[in-house]
Design a protein around this ligand. Structure first.
Ligand SMILES: Nc1ncnc2c1ncn2[C@@H]1O[C@H](COP(=O)(O)OP(=O)(O)OP(=O)(O)O)[C@@H](O)[C@H]1O
Ligand SMILES: [Mg+2]
Length: 465
């Protein structure tokens, strides 16, 4: 954040200031009173579990210069009363971006897509940090609250601002795109993530496409040319398009993608015709697509090929619980990818597991349910079970009643060298797994967040110690 007087702040937030007009915000903007430091601004946001208004006095105690509130509080507190504090947060983020832009120092990149946003964001952060001061969201802060909060971490030094844009229905990406007004927009893919919530893949495409529609002619739009729905977004973009993918048309193209137990390597074909081998420490051939997108955006923003290469190759981890690989002392490899799961990311992870199987591992898939699929839920869970059989994974372990259809799908798919087991609880599954795992096995753990299998993955790591 940059310094702003409370009187100006009130006008930016379209609110009413009660208190000291001449005081200024000199530190961060927070919605969590525990993070307040002297000079911070506190946003009292009514949340699902708690109401920020109950924490205003705590924020003031920690040194907040003022609070943004929806209900007026006692007069001795500097406060800006607004109608909707979440909207006010968006107004402030938009103001900060335009203010920093008018000072001429900042370039903004916005990333959306059904899978890979956080991974791509982390890759870009790794690269751009080598070029100049870079502000990026922590974790997956990507919704109408998290994205503005992340943007507000930018300050006068920031040269690159990375914004992850998560979809929450029609208009949600447009809202974030207007706040951030990206110089470079990246659309990774349209898939089945949240499809139940949005009502079909076409609708999902429309929402992700809002970033394309919001781009200015002076910007650049980075699109996946392997994804037909993303491809079409060129038609609604005023900004010129740069393509990435494996298709011949791609400006940033990957060839010869190979997976080893230690990572993923590919030949990067740059727009100028040069070729180079890049080896990612992270596994999953789908991460090559994220790497291409990050490379394209980074080069457009001024990074050199060397900075891009070094950034991509030095990344140890896409993000916690995203294809997080750990080798136990007894030689069992655990891949914990249970932060979230959609049919696409489930398929991608299982294909990676099957590839590792072909390199000589016995493969074990420990799967839980995929949330937010609506009426597609039954068919998609069944299909995942059948896919496990078709990929000839050695052992399937399905965990949790909501995931049982995966086990049933596998059981009905026909003969197979492997076998499927179902357990209602994580503890039962863990007990079973402890008994069967041995040196050389590779175990993939994957589910939606609510199934909590990421903790099973963590406990499996401990199991052999
Ligand atoms: N290009 C891709 N295709 C398929 N799966 C992918 C791809 N990129 C990442 N994944 C997988 O998708 C899951 C989510 O990855 P990541 O956290 O990077 O995505 P995200 O778009 O930020 O998700 P969220 O919407 O939860 O913020 C992980 O399981 C990851 O391994
Ligand atoms: Mg994310």
């Amino acid at each position: 954040m940059i310094e702003i007087r409370l009187s100006e702040l009130a006008s930016v937030l379209q609110g009413t200031l009660i208190g000291d007009e001449d005081a200024s915000v000199t530190s961060t903007v927070e919605t969590d009173s525990r993070l307040i430091s002297p000079g911070s601004l506190f946003f009292a946001k009514p949340g699902e579990d708690a109401d920020g208004h109950d924490f205003v006095s705590d924020a003031i105690k920690h040194g907040a210069i003022a609070a943004v509130v929806e209900r007026q509080l006692p007069d001795q507190i500097n406060q800006i009363v607004v109608q909707d504090s979440v909207k006010a947060l968006g107004l402030l983020a938009a103001w900060l971006v335009s203010e920093l832009r008018s000072r001429g120092n900042i370039q903004v990149v916005g990333i959306t897509g059904s899978n890979g946003k956080t991974t791509t964001k982390n890759m870009l952060r790794e690269i751009l940090s080598k070029v100049g001061p870079t502000t990026a969201p922590i974790e997956s802060y990507n919704n109408h609250v998290g994205a503005p909060i992340s943007i507000l971490r930018a300050d006068a030094q920031t040269q690159f601002l990375i914004v992850e844009m998560g979809a929450k229905g029609l208009g949600s990406i447009d809202y974030l795109a207007r706040i951030a007004s990206p110089d470079v927009g990246v659309i990774l893919k349209v898939g089945l993530a949240h499809v139940g919530e949005f009502g079909g893949i076409e609708k999902t495409a429309t929402i992700k496409g809002e970033l394309a529609g919001a781009m200015q002619p002076s910007g650049k739009l980075v699109l996946n040319c392997d994804d037909s729905l993303v491809r079409k977004m060129k038609e609604i973009s005023k900004a010129p398009v740069v393509w990435f993918g494996t298709d011949a048309e791609a400006n940033y193209r990957a060839e010869d993608i190979t997976l080893t137990k230690d990572g993923t390597s590919f030949t990067m074909c740059w727009p100028d015709g040069q070729k180079e081998t890049i080896t990612l420490k992270i596994i999953g051939d789908f991460h090559v697509m994220n790497a291409l997108a990050a490379a394209a955006a980074a080069e457009l923003l001024g990074a050199s090929k060397k900075q891009i290469l070094d950034g991509l190759e030095s990344m140890e981890l896409a993000e916690r619980w995203r294809m997080q690989r750990m080798v136990r002392p007894d030689g069992v490899t655990i891949i914990n990818d249970a932060y979230n799961a959609s049919p696409d990311s489930m398929k991608a992870a299982l294909q990676t597991l099957a590839q590792l199987g072909r390199l000589g591992s016995r493969t074990v898939a420990v799967l839980g349910h995929m949330a937010e699929l609506g009426e597609l839920s039954v068919a998609e869970h069944d299909a995942i079970g059948r896919l496990v059989v078709r990929l000839n994974i050695s052992q399937l372990v399905v965990v949790g009643d909501e995931a049982k259809l995966i086990h049933m799908g596998a059981s009905q798919e026909g003969s197979w060298d492997g076998e499927s087991q179902f357990f209602s609880t994580i503890d039962e599954a863990l007990e079973y797994l402890r008994g069967i795992l041995s040196q050389g096995d590779t175990v993939l753990v994957k589910s939606s967040k609510s199934a909590n299998l990421r903790f099973l993955g963590d406990r499996l790591m401990e199991a052999a110690e």
